[in-house]
Design a binder for this molecule. Sequence first.
Ligand code: ADP
Ligand code: MG
Length: 697
Amino acid sequence: MKDIPNLFGSMVFNDKVMRQRLPKEIYNSLKRTIAEQKHLNLDVANTVANAMKEWATEKGATHFTHWFQPMTGITAEKHDSFISPTSDDTIIMEFSGKELVRGEPDASSFPNGGIRSTFEARGYTAWDPTSYAFIKDETLCIPTAFCSYSGEALDKKAPLLRSMEAISREAMRVLKLFGRSDIERVITTVGPEQEYFLIDKQLFNKRPDLVYCGRTLFGARSPKGQELEDHYFGSIKPRVSAFMKELDEELWKLGVHAKTEHNEVAPAQHELAPIFTTTNIAADHNQLTMEVMKTIANKHNLVCMLHEKPFAGVNGSGKHNNWSISTNTGVNLLEPGKTPYENAQFLLFLSAVIKAVDDYQDLLRISVANAGNDHRLGANEAPPAIVSMFLGEELTAVLESIENDTSYNQKSQSQMEIGVTVLPHFTKDTTDRNRTSPFAFTGNKFEFRMLGSSSSISDSNIVLNTIVAEILSQFADRLEATDNFKDELASLIKETIQKHKRILFNGNNYSNEWVTEAANRGLLNLKSTVDALPYFIADKNIKLFTKHNIYSEKEIHSRYEVMLEGYAKIIHIEALTLLDIVKRDVIPSVVSYLKDLSKTAYTKKSLNSHLNCELEEKLIETISNLSACLYTNIEKLDNSILEAKNQGTTLDIAKYYRETVFISMQSLRSVIDELETLVGKKYWAFPTYGELLYSVY
Ligand code: ADP
Ligand code: MG
């Protein structure tokens, strides 16, 4: 058996390695820098870099890279080798402190939403020392943030770190009012559950739509889908199990606490959940997990698909972002307390989250918006596009009693000084029954369930941290100004519940009644990415982000542009891919089948003019009609793509792609899917849904 404890973190320059390899004063100085989130001084950086290089080369690394997360949502790296020439034509392996703390990748090829054109083309990367360096593929990877020379963030890590600072700062103000002066920092923690599909590589490569777009653009339903529900938590097939074992091991080596692996609802769908950790590290680890999943799958002749909706009519993949707030001393602030005083504190933080989610539904929705996720949200498999919160019956009853000044009826109840009853102990069972809720309280954390499987979790956590920071800031302002803390606290909690209870919903989020009810409550229902994105630049959101130094106004506009452009590009590529497939593969298949049918009918007739050719004739007729329809739809799609560039602003273009190009793709698809069910198997150039979904044993 493998020595897992020794394997774990073996490719990470973690605290243990630092303690072993760094002189004591350097180690202490680095730890202080990390704790206080300050810049490293160059002497310290040089020593750390050298120790890192020694360690990495011993493990076979030859290169290093600043590993960063541009706005593409995936990671980027530029490899440099450690080699450095000497005067006698030999080389030495070198890595300096300067190279460790700062890199200069060319920023011009990464999305920047217009920031770059007005500023320097170059960008720089800066080490995030709170996230450990690691070795991947014989390369020492340094987790970094990516900025323009004028300081604008060009990535997802910089704003995430800023948002963590903001929530820490504001939560500390609140905790101070509760007399918690022992606390130095507040940290948000995240455990993201990651869904994915595994498909046989040979079959995958026969589908240009999967290769170029990561999802099937056509495909008739397979006779068996997920209706028997026999896949979920079912036994894991040998090829999948071999993949999962190797995946776990690779992730453990990288210090990722991969914990749970199981089958998901759809055939060929699976999930991995790690143990939660600090948000920026969770974000790095989730990026790493997605990357390693793809690499390991490839080794097993499989393809790991992270697209939100690879197959129409089959459940898509999401990501559950389990999120909580805790103190540096390890106290979970979203855990109902044991004493009335702790409970009041819990209720205040809970109220802050409730108000934050209600006030900033739009930003939460935007944080999960992409072309892929548009196929899921609201499609009765994932939460709707309407943001609401599930608290469970018990907690809802507690809030109702606070709102109505009644006492909460629980056996062990006792009245609190501030008029709040002692909270019951929440077990998972009583809080986690509603799987349809987009944002559910699960005992001591919130589970945000709207994320798409391919997204960076940074987007949602930047928003979560910032909006809760903002409300805590408002609460702190009010509570700091009072000389009657207890009364003010009680009325603050009560008022917040009264004002924001519309966001609470314990019922079935998939039902049509909820859509109507949510509209009556005035909740937003932003159905698609293009519906949601304009809210990003609303005044209230610009105010929020600039107040907490998450984004400057320029950064907000640049991100808005990047998101809109990204959306339009995806639909554009999908449309071109579909046209290519239909013109060069579908039509030839259809024509050759028609030809054979006609030949058969003709031969039969010439043998004996009385032979019945009804089958051939009927098929020829149906397929010919569909072919004509196919042709009209191709023309329509072709024209709509040409028209796209004539639209006005980036928003107009993105909207056009959604409302015209995407819709034309859908109607073309429906014709192709019908043809697939009629054309003989040997004529059809592509693996079917059934073959793709049941390809792995
Ligand atoms: P389940 O029953 O759905 O498996 P778990 O409690 O095991 O629920 O957690 C699911 C995810 O939530 C895991 O990734 C877990 O590490 C994470 N999680 C648990 N506690 C916290 C917390 N305090 N903060 C953030 N994530 C957490
Ligand atoms: Mg979950």
